[in-house]
Design a protein around this ligand. Sequence first.
Ligand SMILES: [Zn+2]
Length: 287
Amino acid sequence: MSRTSKEQSALIERLAAESFKDHVLTKRDDGTWRCAKPGTGIYSFNVFAAPGVVFVWGDIGEFAFRHSDANGLAWWLYAGSRDYFLEKLRACDDGAKKEFMFGDAMAHLLECERERRKELDEDREAERPRCDCPTPPDGEGCRRRATVHVETEDEEYDACDACADRFAADDVKRTPLTYNAKNGLWGTTIEDAAAEAGVELDPVLDRIAKVREAMSYVSDATPSEQSRAWWEAWCDQGNSDPPECEGWKSGPLWCWEAAQVFRRLYAAMHPDAPKTYAEQRAAEASS
Ligand SMILES: [Zn+2]
């Protein structure tokens, strides 16, 4: 199964940490920056920061950012979160910025299914009979969850395991209580047990299963084909607004990792430089 966007990010973070670990940062006379392992161009990249734009190019690809800061280097160094940073990406040799993540879609289905099953279990347990054993110490049923139906010569009642064992003689009849998914009732009959064992699907689970089945036909298709199939499968099930299940492509993720290594190396070269965007703003205001 294909990766989720989280797994994809983690993978690239790991690869980048390895690939960038011997990089050094140098500023050229023309104002551009180079970040590379000395003596090799592998995984090297260059950065040019100007008012409103930042360009990145090299072995990791080509990227153009558009930002609103008059100080391009400050934006590159201090631009907050990854999502904010990548939202400013205007061009990338990797094509569109985000793509459909099949793994995210499958994880979403699994989560929907889990939630639905939990709801059903809760509904079902709320309906479960309570222990009504007539002979516990206080004379009334203990009201714990009943698990069996007990029949003696002169009475019958639902009982929990403990009461059934303590108060019912060996010759009484005990029948496990089962849930009838068809009518939402608890009981002891063969018909109840058959319905419980049957594959009668809940309507919500049924819709989820149908979406999953539709997606199985496009598991090897391109992200844009998968995205369309996802939307169509949900529309067929009456939901025209399915979750997008999109993640950043690997090119932008590499660029974000490059920005991180650039920031660390720059900070090491300039120990007195501002550490945050707010500090940078304050430093600009006071100079
Ligand atoms: Zn009991």
